[in-house]
Structures are given as structure tokens and as C-alpha cells.
Design a protein around this ligand. Sequence first.
Ligand SMILES: [Mn+2]
Length: 255
Amino acid sequence: MMMMTMEGMMDKAMLDDIIRRLLEGKGGKQVQLSEGEIRQLCVNARQIFLSQPTLLEIKAPIRICGDIHGQYQDLLRLFEYGGYPPSANYLFLGDYVDRGRQSLETICLLLAYKIRHPDKIYLMRGNHEDAKINRIYGFYDECKRRFNVRLWKIFTDCFNCFPVAALIDEKILCMHGGLSPELEHLGQIKEIQRPTEIPDSGLLCDLLWSDPDARVGALLSVDESLVCSFEILKPVLPASTSKLILKKPPKAGKI
Ligand SMILES: [Mn+2]
């Protein structure tokens, strides 16, 4: 329905063709979409992000995935293992670009799936979905080398509209970074206006940047890629819900 009501949305055949070509990048082959196609992915995805809330409210079962950081082969393996959308629901916790060598394929495949299946795949914002970070850590250079700086700016406009947190089954709160001392109720997240850059301090900065503090809670590693942080802090969630916070894995000397 959304596909039909939004102005200028890419049609399904075009999206399926883009997805098919991107999936041919399995094995390490570079997939070069056209600049126009990537621009359309950014513009269309931006519209969908803005049509959905800043604090996503989604239902289990859903597969939750941490940082990809341009490691496109890992993203493909992840879909191979968990099922390609829409056969399974996905929530990504952010950090799609920088560091790895195929940030463009990574973010383009995720945006294409988001537009094609807007209620089956959710992409939250990471601290690298921010111009002042990905200008330095690789994405800008990849855009400039393979396309141009103009395209990098179009991605910036799209990243500025990503949602920043998700609540699964009204119980599990997910964000890329962690909680904020400023966070007293979830309504504050819903009120964050988009598009927005990530400020240097405050609620939005903390949600995307802060790390769990072992002194105030306990960390449980579910597997190598997922860490649950049980934090006994302020009653951010209603008393009836558990205090399970999902976030990206802790730093290993990286941001
Ligand atoms: Mn990261």
C-alpha cells in the first residue's frame, strides 16, 4: 500500500533487478549500480524512514544484527544463514558503512530491501551513519573513488532520517549505543525531530554513542555478535516490562 501512495517510489521490478545484481556480488565481486539508481534508493528510503517512527515499535520474531561496516560478504552470509528478506524479519542496529571495503554494496542492498519490504526489515542509525564520522573512516573515500562527493551528500541526507531506537514487543529496547542520563521516558525518543545530524552531546548522541557500564549492570554475551546489557537504572520502560537492552557489541579498540 505504501508503495502505491508515495510519490515517485521505485517500482518492484526495478528494485528486484537492483537486488538481484547486488546479490551477484557474492564471492567478492564489486557491484556498480548507476549513480541514478543509488540516488533513487536514498530518496525513496528516506521517505520510508520519515513515514515510520523515530522509535520503531516492532514485533518478534525478528533477527537482530549488529555492525556490518562495509563487510558486504558478511552481510550476504548473514542473509544466507537467516533467510533473505522477506522470508525473515530483520532489525539492524546500525553502522553499515566505514572500515570495510564494500560500504556501497552493503548500504545499497539494505536500502533496496527496506524500500521493497518496508515492514519486514528495519535499519536503525549507528554512529557511523553521520557525515562527520563517515567523512573520515572510509565511506566518503569510497563514494568519491567509485562515484563522486555529490552522492556521499545524498547518503548523508538519507542517514539523517534513520530511526534511532526500537522497542520489540514493548519489552526489548534496542539502540546502537546505549542509554542516556537524559532519558526518563521513551516519549523523548519519539520527539526527536528528523532529519537531524548527530549532536556532540545530549540524548541522541548518547543513544548512538554510549557504551554499557559494567559497574552499574551486567553484560551477557548471547553469541559473538550480540551483547545484552542488563542495566538497573531509572525506570525508562514501564514497570511491567523487563529491562533488557540490546546494543551493538562492545568496542574492540574501535568505534
Ligand atoms: Mn561500529
